[in-house]
Design a protein around this ligand. Structure first.
Ligand SMILES: C[S@@+](CC[C@H](N)C(=O)[O-])C[C@H]1O[C@@H](n2cnc3c(N)ncnc32)[C@H](O)[C@@H]1O
Length: 196
């Protein structure tokens, strides 16, 4: 049973609710999804709800506390069995995830409420993005919430933009989506779909 979230009207305050809108449209019972940056587990929980009892979620984070927080959130919702959580960098995605996946989700930057010096890094992010494309099923998507505003965020933004711009348009649909009436430093979404 898919959560009613995906048929309610979300308030689109920023790229994270926008990414959730896409997830609700792309993920179905039995699908496989990757949360490349678990953080506090909000996204992982949504993914676990959407893939249903026969689907699976792979969650990555380099911080013990992020994995613990995400694990507790899933346990509270009774959904622990739908996810495998790894205290591992997403640049090791392909060493752990096998088979094709419908969604890979990145929510870059630092963990809200956590240590702001621990942030995603351009080099490892780009490696993980490249690996994600190799895992995608036809029609599958990679969603990246980019945060240009924090220290180091502009370098990562540049790396992600370069990666997205160079994708072959015959193989991938690569999109940039941001709110127009906010600062240029506000977070926004990069969305890549593998061709059908
Ligand atoms: C903005 S937070 C993610 C928010 C999360 N999706 C949520 O729903 O709360 C970014 C996370 O990326 C993690 N991170 C940083 N480098 C990473 C890497 N190489 N691999 C996986 N996670 C990483 C950080 O530890 C942090 O928890």
């Amino acid at each position: 049973m898919i959560d009613s979230y995906c048929i309610s009207i979300p308030a689109l305050r920023g790229p994270v609710p926008l990414s959730h809108l896409f997830l609700g449209n792309f993920l179905r019972e039995g699908h496989t999804a990757v949360d490349a940056t678990c953080g506090n587990g909000h996204d992982t929980l949504l993914l676990a709800r959407l893939v249903g009892v026969s689907g699976h979620v792979w969650g990555f984070d380099i911080q013990e506390q992020a994995i613990a927080e995400t694990g507790s959130r899933l346990a509270e919702a009774g959904l622990s069995s739908r996810a495998t959580l790894l205290k591992t960098g997403h640049e090791e995605l392909v060493q752990h995830v096998t088979g094709s996946v419908q969604v890979v989700l990145f929510n870059l930057g630092y963990r809200p409420g956590g240590d702001r010096s621990i942030i995603t890094q351009p080099d490892t992010t780009v490696v993980a993005l490249g690996q994600s494309l190799g895992l995608l099923a036809a029609g599958g998507i990679v969603l990246v919430t980019v945060y240009p505003g924090h220290d180091g965020g502009d370098e990562e933004q540049l790396a992600v933009e370069n990666w997205a711009a160079k994708l072959d348009p015959r193989a991938f649909h690569s999109w940039r989506m941001g709110q127009a009436n906010v600062s240029l430093e506000a977070p926004y979404l990069i969305f890549v779909q593998k061709g059908l």
